[in-house]
Design a protein around this ligand. Structure first.
Ligand code: FAD
Ligand code: SF4
Length: 511
C-alpha cells in the first residue's frame, strides 16, 4: 500500500522511528502554507526560522533516501490549506494510507482528527517521540488534587527519569530545588560571552514571504539571520551553552539589562520546540558537562536549567492538553482593555518596557523574566484582555507555539485561568523591577515615586490593580499580605494612585 506521511513544521525530529528505514511505498509531505502563516501575525524571524528549518529537514530526509514532496509557499500546486493539499496529493499519488504525528496544537489536532475521520482510506496518528510525558500523564499525576503544583510533578519526573538523583528517592545535592540561589542582579560582571550566533543569508526566503503578501511583525537582518535552523546548528548552540554559559545560568536567570539580550540564557527554545533537539538529549548533555566540570560549575546552575525543561516545559504541555479548548477562553479577572500600540513599536518612555519590547521586535526574543515581569506584568496591571495578550506573545517570539505560549501567558503571566498554573497573579510595582534589572537608573521615571508626573507608572498601576480586582482575591491566601497592605493605605494616597493609574490606562501612549 502506498502511504503518505505528513510532517508539520514543528515536527522536525531527526530521531523519529519513522526515519529508521527507507521505504519506497512511503511518501513524506511537508508544506509552507498560508494556513500557518496567517492564524496570527508572526514575527518575520519566526516565519523564516520555521521555513528554513523545514527546508533543511526535508533536504536531510532526501539525502537519506526518503521520498519527500515539499511545497514552498509559492509552489504552484500549493492550496495553502492542509487538508486541501492532502486531498489533492492522495488522488495524484494513488495514496492508500495516511499517517501523521500527533500535533502539539489543539487547532491542528482537531483539523487532522476531523479530516482522518472523513477519509475512506486507512489512517493512523503516531507519537512524535519528542516529549518526556504523554498528553495525559500530567492529568493522571494530579488526579483528585485541587492544586497542580509544578514542584511535585518535577520531583516525580526527576525520579522517573533518574535525573540528578542520589538514590531512588533523594535528590543529588540534598535539595530538589536551588531556586533561592538563582536571584542575582547582573552588575556588569561576570562578563557575558557573545551568543553562539549565525550569519545566514535568508534574503531569498524573505523576498518570497514578502511577495506572497504575508503580514508579519518585527524586523530581520536578512544577511545575518541568527537562529539555529538545523540539527547541527542546534547542537552547536547546546555545546556553546554548556561550555560558556551554564556556569552562570542559574545565578542570572532572572536578571535584566538594557544592553544584554541573552545574558546567560541558552537560546534553545526554538530548536527544542521545532524538535530539532530532544529535551532529554539537552538535559543529558548539560549534566554530562557539569559532571566533567564540577570544580567550575555549581549544582544550582544545572538544577535551575534542568527544572525548566524537565519540569516547566512538560508541565505546561500537560496543562494544555488537560484544559484545552476551554483554556483559550479563560478570563477569570474579567480584563477587557486593548494592548497599547507601543507593543509593536517600542515607543514608550518606560525604559524597561522600551527595551523588552525593542529587543523582542529586533530579535524575536526576550527571556523569561522580561516576558513575565515587564511586558506581562504591564499587560496584567493595565487589565488587558487575555486574547490580546496571547496574540502578541504567540506572534512575536521565535519559540511561540500555542501549547507553551498560552499556558505561560494566560496561565503563569495573566492569571486568566484563575490559578491553575500560578497560585497568585504575577504583578509587581517598580521596586521589584529595579531589584532585578538595570533599567530604572536610566529611565525618565523615578522608580521610588508613587505619584506625580515623574512617578514610575508601575507603582500606581500596581495599587490600582489590587484595588480594582480586590473581590477576586478575597479568598486567595497567597494574596493576604498584599491585600492587607492595600487596606492600610492612606485613603488620600490611594485615591491619587488610582487616579494616576486610570490616566495611564486611558492614555498609555502618553507614558
Ligand atoms: P532558557 O532560559 O535558556 O531556558 C531553557 C529552556 O527551558 C527553554 O529553552 C525552554 O524550553 C524551557 N523553559 C524555560 N522556561 C519555561 C517555561 N516557563 N515554560 C516552558 N518551558 C520553559 N517558551 C516557549 O518555548 N514558547 C513560548 O511561546 C513561550 N511564551 C512565554 C510567554 C510568557 C508570557 C512567559 C512568561 C514565558 C514564555 N515562555 C515560552 C517560557 C520562556 O520565556 C522561554 O522558554 C525562554 O525564554 C526561551 O529562551 P531560552 O531558550 O534562552 O531559555
Ligand atoms: Fe520601568 Fe518604572 Fe524602572 Fe522606569 S522606573 S524602568 S518604568 S520600573
Amino acid at each position: 500500500a502506498k502511504t503518505l506521511r505528513l510532517l508539520l513544521g514543528d515536527q522536525l525530529n531527526h530521531k523519529h522511528s519513522w526515519f529508521d528505514q527507507t521505504d519506497e511505498e512511503v511518501l513524506y509531505f511537508m508544506a509552507e502554507m498560508r494556513q500557518e502563516t496567517d492564524y496570527v501575525t508572526h514575527h518575520i524571524q519566526k516565519v523564516v526560522a520555521f521555513f528554513s528549518a523545514m527546508r533543511n529537514f526535508s533536504q536531510w530526509l532526501q539525502e537519506r533516501g526518503h521520498s519527500v514532496i515539499y511545497y514552498q509557499l509559492d509552489h504552484p500546486d500549493n492550496e495553502q490549506d492542509l487538508t486541501q493539499n492532502l486531498e489533492k496529493l492522495f488522488k495524484a499519488h494513488h495514496i492508500e494510507r495516511f499517517e501523521y504525528q500527533l500535533p502539539d496544537e489543539y487547532r491542528l489536532d482537531q483539523q487532522l482528527k476531523e479530516f482522518s475521520d472523513s477519509l475512506e482510506l486507512d489512517s493512523d496518528a503516531v507519537d512524535t517521540e519528542h516529549f518526556l510525558t504523554s498528553r495525559t500523564d500530567l492529568e493522571t499525576f494530579f488526579k483528585g488534587k485541587k492544586t497542580y503544583t509544578m514542584e511535585y510533578f518535577y520531583r516525580d519526573m526527576r525520579k522517573k527519569y533518574d535525573i540528578m538523583m542520589a538514590n531512588a528517592k533523594d535528590p543529588e545535592g540534598g535539595k530538589w530545588n536551588f531556586d533561592q540561589s538563582n536571584r542575582k542582579k547582573w552588575k556588569g560582571a561576570p562578563e557575558i560571552p557573545h551568543e553562539r550566533g549565525f550569519r545566514k543569508d535568508v534574503s531569498a526566503l524573505c523576498k518570497m514571504i514578502e511577495e506572497a503578501g504575508v503580514k508579519t511583525m518585527g524586523s530581520i537582518d536578512e544577511q545575518q539571520f541568527n537562529w539555529p535552523t538545523s540539527r547541527e546548528d542546534g547542537l552547536s548552540v547546546l555545546n556553546y551553552f554548556c561550555s560558556n554559559l551554564l556556569k552562570h545560568f542559574g545565578d542570572y536567570q532572572d536578571a535584566m539589562d538594557p544592553d544584554q539580550i541573552y545574558l546567560f540564557h541558552s537560546r534553545l527554545s526554538f530548536a527544542m520546540n521545532s524538535k530539532l533537539l530532544h529535551p532529554l538529549e539537552v538535559i543529558e548533555k548539560v549534566i554530562d558537562h557539569w559532571r566533567a566540570n564540577k570544580d567550575d560549575i555549581d549544582i544550582s546552575q544545572v538544577e535551575g536549567f534542568v527544572r525548566q525543561i524537565l519540569g516547566w516545559r512538560e508541565y505546561m504541555r500537560g496543562i494544555y492538553w488537560m484544559k484545552m479548548p476551554g483554556y483559550r477562553r479563560s478570563n477569570k479577572l474579567d480584563n477587557q482593555n486593548e494592548l497599547p500600540d507601543f507593543y509593536w513599536t517600542a515607543e514608550t518612555k518606560m525604559n524597561c518596557m522600551h527595551h523588552a519590547i525593542k529587543q523582542s521586535l529586533d530579535h524575536a526574543y526576550a527571556h523569561h523574566i522580561q516576558r513575565l515581569m515587564i511586558t506581562g506584568n504591564y499587560a496584567l496591571l493595565t487589565q488587558t484582555h487575555p486574547d490580546e495578550v496571547d496574540a502578541w506573545y504567540l506572534g512575536i517570539y521565535i519559540d511561540a507555539l500555542e501549547w507553551v505560549e498560552i499556558t505561560n501567558t494566560r496561565g503563569m503571566s495573566q492569571f486568566a485561568d484563575g490559578g491553575i498554573v500560578a497560585t497568585k497573579p504575577y504583578v509587581s510595582s517598580g521596586s521589584y523591577i529595579n531589584k532585578m534589572s538595570n533599567y530604572c537608573s536610566s529611565c525618565k521615571y523615578s522608580v521610588s515615586k508613587k505619584t506625580g508626573d515623574d512617578a514610575c507608572p508601575f507603582n500606581s498601576l500596581y495599587w490600582n490593580f489590587l484595588f480594582e480586582k480586590r473581590e477576586h482575591f478575597k479568598n486567595n491566601q497567597r494574596m493576604n499580605m498584599m491585600m492587607s497592605m492595600l487596606d492600610k493605605k492612606d485613603p488620600d494616597e490611594l485615591e491619587q494612585l488610582v487616579k494616576r493609574a486610570q490616566e495611564i490606562i486611558k492614555n498609555p501612549q502618553k507614558f
